[in-house]
Design a protein. Structure first.
Length: 306
C-alpha cells in the first residue's frame, strides 16, 4: 500500500472531518430514536430534520470513506456493482439533503408568518403533509437518479474513453447523447427549483424577523426586549443552515463542472470536491444541536424536564 506524501494533509483533514461529522449526526439520530420510543410522534420540523440528518449520515459514509480509502492506497476495493450502488445512493442522499432543506425553510417561513397572514391557513395543511412529503422526496430522488448507475463503472475499467472521469475508487462516463443531455437538464431544473424556493423562503423569514425586531423595540420593558422566542431562534438557525448549504452546494457544483470540462485528471479537484460535499453534512448537526434541548435531555430526554 503506497500513499502520496503530498496529499497527507488533506487526507488527514478529510478523515477528521468524517469522524466529527459522523459523531454529530449520530448524536442527533440517537436523540430522535429515543424521542420516537418515548413520545407518540415527532413535530413536523423535527421530522424533516430527522430525514435531513439521516441523509447527511449516508452522504458522509458513502462519499467520505471510499475517498479516504483511496487516499490511503486502497484502489480496487470495489467491483463494478459496488461502485454503481455507492454512487447511486450517494446521489440520492445529496438530492434528499436539498429537498429536506427546501421543505425545512418553506415550513419555517409558514410557521413564523403573522397570525393575520394568508399563510396561516396553509400552516395547518402543511403540518399534515410534512411526513408524506419527506417520503415522496426519497421516492423522487430514487427515480430522478435512475440513470446514474448506467454512467458509473468500477476502477478496473480498461477501455480508453475521452469522457472518463475518475473518482479514484470509481469512474464516471460523460455522454453527449440527447437522452443524457435531457436527463441533466431535468436534474438541474429540479435543483434550481428547490434553490429558488429556499431563496424565497429565506427572504420571507428575514423580512418577518426584521419586522418583529422593529416591533419589539417599541416595548419599553428590557425583560421582553432581551427575550428571544423559540420560533425566532429556530428561524435564525435555519437561515444559518441555508446559507451554509447554498455556499457548499454551489461551490461543489462549480468544482464538478470544472473537473468535467478539463481534459486531464486533477487531483486537487477530487480533494476539493469531496471536502465541499461533506462540509455541510458535517457542519449541520452542530448548528442544530445549539437549538435543541440541554445536553442532559439530548442524551436522555426521557429523564429531562418536559
Amino acid at each position: 500500500i503506497k500513499m502520496d506524501p503530498g496529499n497527507f494533509a488533506i487526507e488527514t483533514f478529510l478523515f477528521c472531518q468524517i469522524i466529527v461529522g459522523m459523531f454529530g449526526n449520530s448524536s442527533i439520530l440517537f436523540y430522535y430514536i429515543i424521542l420516537i420510543f418515548t413520545e407518540k410522534h415527532l413535530p413536523p420540523k423535527d421530522l424533516i430534520i430527522e430525514h435531513l440528518t439521516f441523509a447527511n449520515c449516508l452522504t458522509i459514509i458513502l462519499r467520505g470513506f471510499p475517498q479516504t480509502m483511496t487516499y490511503f492506497g486502497f484502489k480496487n476495493f470495489l467491483d463494478d456493482m459496488g461502485c454503481k450502488l455507492i454512487v447511486y445512493i450517494s446521489r440520492i442522499t445529496r438530492g434528499m439533503s436539498l429537498y429536506a432543506m427546501c421543505l425545512l425553510s418553506c415550513f419555517q417561513a409558514i410557521t413564523i408568518s403573522p397570525s393575520n397572514s394568508r399563510w396561516m391557513k396553509v400552516k395547518y395543511r402543511a403540518t399534515k403533509y410534512i411526513g408524506p412529503s419527506c417520503s415522496v422526496s426519497w421516492l423522487v430522488q430514487l427515480l430522478l437518479n435512475i440513470m446514474t448507475p448506467l454512467r458509473i463503472s468500477g476502477p478496473s475499467y480498461k477501455k480508453n474513453s475521452t469522457y472518463r472521469l475518475s473518482y479514484g475508487y470509481c469512474s464516471l462516463f460523460a455522454s453527449g447523447s440527447v437522452v443524457t443531455t435531457l436527463y441533466i437538464v431535468l436534474v438541474c431544473f429540479s435543483d434550481v427549483l428547490c434553490l429558488g424556493l429556499m431563496a424565497c423562503s429565506s427572504v420571507s423569514m428575514v423580512t418577518i424577523l426584521y419586522k418583529h425586531k422593529r416591533h419589539v423595540k417599541h416595548i419599553h420593558s428590557a425583560q421582553h426586549f432581551l427575550k428571544v422566542s423559540p420560533e425566532d431562534k429556530a428561524t435564525q438557525t435555519i437561515l444559518i443552515l441555508l446559507f451554509t448549504f447554498v455556499i457548499s452546494y454551489s461551490f461543489s457544483s462549480i468544482v464538478a463542472i470544472i473537473r468535467t470540462c478539463l481534459n486531464y485528471q486533477v487531483i486537487w479537484g477530487v480533494n476539493i470536491f469531496t471536502f465541499l460535499e461533506i462540509f455541510f453534512p458535517g457542519f449541520c448537526p452542530f448548528v442544530l444541536i445549539t437549538n435543541m434541548k440541554s445536553t442532559f435531555s439530548l442524551i436522555l430526554p426521557c429523564l429531562g424536564k418536559r
